[in-house]
Design a protein around this ligand. Structure first.
Ligand code: FAD
Ligand code: SF4
Length: 471
């Protein structure tokens, strides 16, 4: 490395870590990127210009001290880099893997203007992965216990972000989740080729060593009454996600052979990890022709899971063009490399059946019209353009809507007009719901979004709880 060379970015090009070959990455459920080598990490992090007012930090939803930890990494101060990285982010090794960096930190990097952005995500992943492997643990030596206790419902990124900040401020966090492992969608949603399951297993041990208690396989409202938590704890945080799958609203969605994206992905994780599930919950698409409807991260995860299950042919059908796809560009590129065929500007209108089984999906071609409220151009069907794409299985990946629990009403938790929990950031106690003792954050408040935004809301809600508790 040429440490201290201000023009390192001219001498050293942006480099991604090695990507596994097509054969080795599609034959099993493993992460497709190798870690940076020590030399790559030092050299790549040293490309940072240390901008005075770094745009990357502004654009990063948790406002990581990016140039500072890149510098520590370049200098070889790995433990200091890890400590600093954890001051703003609860799961840096996860965000380094799954954030859409091209739209966030790396998209805002000054060097993205023709020189190639600093590989921030991979450096963030390297710092924590390597520091943890070398024995580093978060330093909680200065924490003074307050005696306060908070129940957290949901061990997804929002709940974990909240638990992390509370623990670092001497408040006991007890996290309840209905699933057998922590992580929420990180474990039961995002597949192993983006995030191997051992990452969250290792993280659980780190959290437990910090003093966070997990009560797994426990659904609040079924196994434990919410009133018991309200009585036993000083405050409650809800980080329960959004789990109502959006429907396409066309005929044939309930024909056998049509599946919901998350059912498909969770069934696959449970099968691979040996977690208990119903007999017919695992959907095996080996040697099938598969059509995935939708163009976001969930759709990409489904098509790439189907390839790894050795499906014969896999199509992604999306109603807008590639330019207007909502997911990470990197993952679309990876899907293309893995042989997925993209059919853009096609809108499904009907599932076609044959003797009670799926035969295919009828689509119309679309043209993009005026922008909608979200600024994306609205697809308009072209008359007379119907065609049927033959398929053995159809997976619907149209996104998610909130799934409020039936007990919210009894506790005066207010929902907005799209059923999200009302818990604004801009108020005296950040992310407090209309029940003063209950706070909420993540997908259930902002609608389905990103891991890093859920972490941010969980962490901010913890600040709100600390203020509310007066500690
Ligand atoms: P969740 O992660 O959904 O966690 C909620 C937790 O609450 C769950 O574990 C659930 O079991 C638990 N829970 C709910 N109700 C109860 C109850 N009554 N009792 C006990 N426990 C309960 N984001 C990215 O940034 N990058 C990606 O690449 C990416 N890929 C994605 C791929 C898929 C397939 C999906 C579905 C989402 C993806 N996302 C991605 C989005 C991201 O995963 C979510 O935005 C994020 O996980 C939301 O965090 P959360 O903590 O709000 O909720
Ligand atoms: Fe970039 Fe996400 Fe890390 Fe922020 S948390 S620096 S956006 S990878």
């Amino acid at each position: 490395t040429r440490l201290g060379n201000n023009f390192q970015f001219l001498d050293v090009e942006r480099e991604e870590p090695n990507k596994k070959s097509f054969e080795s990455r599609t034959e099993d459920f493993v992460e497709i990127y190798d870690p940076f080598t020590k030399g790559q990490a030092a050299e790549q992090s040293d490309r940072c210009l240390e901008c005075g007012n770094p745009y990357c930090e502004w654009k990063c939803p948790v406002h990581n001290f990016i140039p500072n930890w890149l510098k520590l990494l370049a200098e070889g101060n790995l433990f200091e880099a890890a400590e600093l990285s954890h001051q703003t982010n609860t799961l840096p090794e996860v965000c380094g893997r799954v954030c859409p960096q091209d739209r966030l930190c790396e998209g805002a990097c000054t060097l993205n203007d023709g020189f190639g952005a600093v590989t921030i995500g991979n450096s963030e992943k390297y710092i924590t992965d390597t520091a943890l492997a070398m024995g580093w643990r978060p330093d909680l030596s200065g924490v003074i216990q307050t005696g306060k206790r908070v129940a957290i419902i949901g061990a997804g990124p929002a709940g974990l972000g909240c638990a992390d900040v509370l623990t670092r401020n001497g408040v006991k966090a007890v996290v309840y989740d209905r699933y057998p492992e922590i992580g929420g969608l990180l474990t039961f949603g995002i597949p192993q080729f983006k995030l191997e399951k051992s990452v969250m297993e290792r993280r659980r041990v780190v959290f437990e060593e910090m003093g966070i208690e997990f009560v797994l396989n426990t659904e609040i409202g079924v196994d434990i009454d919410i009133d018991d938590l309200m009585a036993d704890y000083d405050a409650v945080f809800l980080g329960m996600g959004t789990y109502t799958a959006m429907q396409g609203g066309f005929p044939g969605e309930d024909i056998p052979g049509v599946y919901k994206a998350l059912d498909y992905l969770i069934g696959n994780v449970n099968q691979k990890m040996g977690y208990p599930q119903e007999n017919d919950a695992y959907i095996d698409l080996k040697e099938k022709t598969v059509v995935v409807l939708g163009g976001g991260d969930t759709a990409m995860d489904c098509v790439r899971t189907a390839v790894r299950q050795q499906a014969d042919r896999v199509y992604c059908v999306y109603r807008r063009d590639e330019e207007n796809m909502p997911g990470s560009r990197k993952e679309v590129q990876n899907a293309k490399e893995e042989g997925i065929q993209f059919l853009f500007n096609r809108q499904p209108v009907e599932v076609v059946e044959y003797f009670g089984r799926v035969l295919g999906v009828k689509v119309v071609t679309t043209e993009l019209g005026e922008p909608d409220e979200g600024g994306r151009r609205r697809p308009q069907p072209v008359e007379g353009s119907e065609q049927v794409i033959e398929a053995d299985a159809i997976i619907m990946a149209f996104g998610f809507q909130p799934s409020p629990a039936d007990w919210f009403g009894n506790l005066d938790i207010t929902l907005n007009d799209w059923q999200g929990v009302v818990a604004p950031e801009q108020q005296v106690y950040k992310f407090q719901t209309t029940n003063p003792k209950i706070f909420a954050g993540g997908d259930m408040v902002r609608g389905s979004d990103l891991v890093v935004t859920a972490i941010w809301e969980g962490r901010q809600a913890a600040d709100g709880i600390l203020d509310y508790l007066g500690v």
